[in-house]
Design a protein. Structure first.
Lengths: 350, 341, 335
């Protein structure tokens, strides 16, 4: 009803006839692309570092060399965090779209990132939390609360969570939370100074500790997310059919929303709120591999980090020696994609 | 038969008049009350005599005329402008959710105003002008992007939200790259509080209200026709299209100037119209009533924000807290195209 | 803390200071005795002369300026600050009983309360670049600016030296009736002179010692441009080699912004670290991987840098003594 492509039985069976080998080859190709992007993410930056030095940073690291330190302790963590956060955002977007059967479901649009951000700010200001691990738990709580509130609000009424209602509920929750956040932050200049960098969403200044503190959560979330493919396919058939197929809907939904909260929360704790990437990339994946979530999920898993890292590299290059935060780059490129999506798909008829 | 209709219409009109009068009284009472409270209590009569220059009393004149009157007037005017603007928008798009504060028009105004503050170090007149330009440009953009064989309310809203995210990410960038001092100025502005702007912005808004509200009243007749639906409206010819565009322009100018005075105060434009509609009854939903409801909300929110709570909060936070439950209710009752029941 | 911008105030002040402060020097017209209540006048930082029939008694002052007045025994009736009183370095340890707090957030002054204090003078620094007094800059709430309607405002212009700033407030305080013979006040000034002499001596004993003033932040390492930092200019005048960054930001030349990847560009022997919230600022630096590629950072050769905020001889003496100790301990030839 609200799915982007109404999955008629014939289309649902289509992937089985599709040559899976082609899709598998495509996936391998994308992994190759991801590796190339990672290479550029490590070599490009405001400090020019030659390939031999990069090699030395891995094989014979000398902490006294600033160039080697930059590679090993700044660009590598940044790249790793970009990969993990990208994967987390991509999969959470995919699952959200599947479970809500709503093509515009996105952690950014739905206010989930804003929820995580608000909880982190409250934590910093009110509870005096200062370490990343604290941010992570706060972000989980915030992401969870925002998911429940926004989806709950949007599902009221006969129609359920339509795209418009979901987007509006998300916009409303974001508006209230961000004005509350700003109000709190205004009273403390140091917090304001910290927040204004954090709230745009960036991979800069994130080092190994951030990686180690968020990686376990994201990895667990990703593993759970990857096995939801079959359940998402079931949900795409509609509640009645899913029930007939023996799915326990309530449990399935709960697990999926929990996964989304964990993935979004951890990604937000690591790099701040990043919008649009979780919305657009799943559509791209769906465009490539059709409606079968067992393919969409791995494609989103690989595609999203590529998009995130490319945006990050663009941000590093265009205003060099300064930096455009990745959140800004994605906001600027993501909005037209979102608008195109709204314009060219007749959402009301889904 | 005709007599019955006429008399029925007359009673409705009488009721609308009476209710609008009552709203005006409440708004006035809140306006005075706002000026009574603060660090020092000033009795109602002293406020009235001082504010309206009926008597000169140096002991209260500074507090009332110089300190409290501008804030109270700003609250009154901003609320009125937001109420009128929201109502016009909702009627023109035929959708109660089409409030300018969500569909990117406020964020357009914010983006331009913040750029003016930070990139050009603009003074107050420039901030006003920029906010207006931002509101206009984003409205035109949304209109163009949402146009596909006509404007549908839901597409307008979704594209507005997308555009809004776009603008917000640019605002984030600008704020992050500003000097702390100017970032703070911009953040203060972005939260939305009445009484932060100077007299120039306020005067601009007041002039706009004096000129545009009567204009909107004149244009209201074709507006009624629009309520019958686009088909009927089309049948009535191009004149309707002109008034429609004129009304959108009025609405955007008002929200632009209101944003210049108080920053983006959320939810007022969304809730004022429907509340007025409910109170006044189905015949009215009049522009004046919506404006008055807007004023009442902003004045009330400002009172709560500054005097009832232990910590002073920006007005926008309070209107957000008032507005959110209404939005939830609205979302719960909209039908599938996003039209209110 | 609009200090970051405040530096902007210092910027142009640097050029104007000589003239303006010369004006201040001759400004205290009531030289016929501190206790006089006769006509009072003062040439404010903006060059305008404020004249009053009697010497002002009820003063409202901005935080640091209030601290300066208090150090000369003149107690304001009300103060307003940019930050929580307890976080204001100038007001630390001062007895504020009997002083009404009119605001502890930048841009917000409770003018209703201020009006009730019936002030006859407002004292705030003049920032030449912004053409505004502290707390009344553009961007503050319109209602706060009404403070200026309550009483005339005077202040010393922010310039190229904390020493001259302190002298300016000394002049102002004397015109307001400060007792210069008070042993405590004289002691403050003497402590400053002693500290200054010790500082010069320590610097002379360490030839080749270079110093860099920094403010580490999440995204970049800010390097102070001494041209716009009055106390750093003082230090340079007194012989200390404070490094002038070679590429100050074009739009905002008060700092050079270094990406953390290039944090090792300068290699001073001693790092002066912005002391406005010293601990958290230092932590910002220490968590950056390239921090330890600055040899002074690796050797933990740090000292607090009293960035832009000092106003009094007493405080300056304290800070100089601390810095002198750090210089004596520093190694001019860090490996």
């Amino acid at each position: 009803m609200t799915m982007l492509e109404t999955p008629t039985p014939s289309r649902e069976t289509a992937p089985r006839h599709r040559p899976g080998a082609g899709l598998a080859a495509g996936l391998v190709l994308l992994i190759g692309v991801l590796l190339v992007v990672c290479f550029f993410s490590i070599t490009l930056g405001s400090r020019g570092v030659g390939v031999p030095t990069i090699w030395k940073a891995f094989t014979d690291f000398n902490p006294g060399s600033a160039s080697e330190t930059v590679i090993r302790e700044m660009r590598v963590p940044r790249t790793l965090i970009g990969v993990l956060a990208g994967a987390a955002l991509g999969l959470s977007g995919t699952i959200l779209q599947g479970v809500t059967r709503n093509p515009l479901a996105d952690p950014g649009i739905m206010g989930i990132n804003a929820g995580a951000a608000a909880f982190i700010v409250f934590g910093i200001m009110i509870l005096g939390v200062q370490d990343v691990i604290g941010y992570v738990w706060l972000a989980f709580a915030g992401a969870g609360v925002a998911t429940v509130v926004v989806y709950g609000v949007a599902s009221f009424g006969r129609e359920g969570a339509t795209p418009v209602k979901l987007a509006l509920a998300g916009a409303a929750v974001t508006a209230v939370l961000s004005s509350l956040t700003s109000a709190i932050v205004m009273t403390n200049v140091d917090a304001l100074n910290e927040l204004r960098f954090w709230q745009v969403g960036s991979l800069a200044g994130r080092y190994m500790p951030v990686f180690w503190q968020t990686a376990p959560f994201i990895v667990v979330g990703l593993v759970v997310a990857m096995v939801t493919g079959r359940a998402l396919n079931g949900l795409a058939l509609g509640e009645d059919l899913a029930l007939a197929l023996g799915q326990r809907l309530r449990l399935t939904r709960f697990v999926m929303f929990a996964t989304v909260a964990v993935l979004c929360g951890a990604a937000t704790a690591a790099c701040g709120p990043i919008v649009f990437v979780g919305l657009v990339v799943p559509h791209l994946a769906r465009f490539i591999c059709g409606p079968d979530y067992r393919w969409i999920l791995p494609y989103a898993l690989v595609l999203t980090p590529i998009v995130l890292l490319v945006a990050d590299i663009i941000g590093r290059v265009v205003v060099s020696p300064g930096e455009l935060q990745v959140g800004v780059v994605l906001g600027v490129f993501g909005a037209p994609a979102f608008i195109a999506l709204v314009r060219y798909r007749n959402l009301a008829e889904l | 038969m005709i007599d019955v209709v006429v008399s029925d219409r007359r009673t409705r009109r009488t009721r609308a008049g009476a209710v609008t009068g009552a709203l005006a009284l409440v708004a006035f009472a809140l306006f005075i009350l706002t000026m009574m409270v603060g660090s020092y209590y000033v009795p109602a009569w002293d406020v009235i005599t001082s504010a309206f220059h009926l008597r000169d009393d140096p002991s209260v004149d500074f507090i009332v005329r110089d300190l409290r009157l501008p804030t109270a007037t700003a609250a009154l005017a901003v609320g009125f402008a937001l109420g009128v603007s929201g109502l016009l928008f909702q009627k023109l798009l035929g959708n109660p959710l089409a409030s300018p504060d969500f569909v990117g028009i406020s964020s357009g105004a914010s983006l331009f105003a913040v750029s003016a503050i930070i990139l050009f170090g603009a003074g107050s007149t420039m901030i006003s002008a920029s906010a207006l330009a931002g509101a206009l440009i984003s409205a035109i953009l949304i209109y163009l992007l949402a146009w596909r064989d006509g404007i549908s309310g839901y597409r307008f809203i979704l594209i507005g939200i997308g555009l809004s995210e776009f603008m917000l990410s640019i605002i984030g960038y600008i704020v992050a790259h500003a000097e702390l001092y100017e970032a703070r100025q911009a953040m203060t502005w972005l939260v939305g509080t009445v009484g932060q702007a100077g007299s120039t912005e306020l005067r601009t808004l007041l002039v706009a209200l004096v000129v545009l509200v009567p204009a909107a009243l004149v244009l209201q007749r074709p507006l009624r026709v629009l309520e019958l639906g686009d088909d009927t409206a089309k049948a009535l010819g191009a004149r309707v299209e002109v008034s429609r565009l004129a009304l959108i322009a009025v609405s955007i100018v008002l929200i632009g100037f209101a944003t210049a005075v108080a920053g983006p105060i959320m939810f007022v434009a969304l809730i004022a119209g429907p509340i007025a509609h409910r109170i006044v009854g189905h015949s009215g939903g009049g522009i004046i009533a919506a404006g008055l409801v807007g004023s009442i909300i902003v004045l009330g929110a400002d009172l709560v924000a500054h005097h009832l709570l232990p910590v002073a909060l920006p007005t926008g936070v309070i209107t957000g807290i008032i507005g959110a439950p209404y939005l939830i209710w609205l979302l719960a009752t909209v039908n599938r195209e996003g039209r209110g029941g | 803390m609009s200090y970051v911008r405040r530096v902007a105030g210092g910027a142009i002040a640097a050029l104007l200071a000589a003239t303006v402060l010369a004006g201040c020097g001759t400004s205290a017209s009531s030289d016929d005795g501190a206790k006089s209540s006769g006509p009072w006048s003062f040439v404010s930082g903006n060059g305008k002369t404020v004249k009053l029939d009697t010497t002002p008694k009820r003063i409202i002052a901005s935080g640091a300026e209030a601290a300066a007045l208090i150090s000369f025994g003149i107690k304001p009736v009300g103060i307003y600050t940019n930050t929580k009183i307890k976080d204001d370095p100038n007001l630390k340890g001062l007895d504020l009983t009997g002083i009404t707090i009119l605001g502890e957030t930048w841009g917000e002054i409770d003018v209703e309360k201020a009006a009730a204090l019936k002030p006859d003078l407002i004292v705030a620094d003049w920032w030449p670049a912004e053409k505004a007094y502290s707390g009344l800059e553009s961007g503050v709430k319109a209602s706060s600016k009404k403070l200026a309607d309550l009483a005339p405002i005077v202040g010393v212009a922010q310039g190229d030296s904390i020493e001259t700033l302190a002298q300016g407030y000394e002049k102002l305080a004397m015109s307001l009736g400060a007792d210069v013979d008070d042993p405590k006040i004289a002691a403050d000034k003497k402590a400053f002179e002693t500290a200054k002499a010790a500082f010069k001596k320590a610097v002379a004993a360490k030839p080749g010692l270079s110093v860099l003033a920094v403010s580490p932040a999440d995204d970049v390492l800010y390097l102070a441009n001494p041209t716009y930092a009055p106390e750093l200019l003082d230090f340079q005048r007194w012989g200390l080699d404070v490094i002038n960054p070679d590429k100050p930001d074009k739009g905002f030349p008060y700092w050079e912004n270094l990406s953390w990847e290039n944090a090792d560009k300068y290699q001073p022997d001693l790092l002066l670290i912005d002391d406005r919230s010293y601990a958290s600022t230092l932590k910002q630096g220490e968590k950056q991987p390239t921090w330890n590629n600055i040899k002074a950072a690796k050797a933990k050769a740090y000292a607090p840098w009293p960035a832009y905020w000092m106003h009094t001889y007493g405080e300056y003496a304290k800070q100089l003594t601390q810095l002198t100790a750090a210089i004596e301990k520093a190694d001019a030839n860090l490996a």
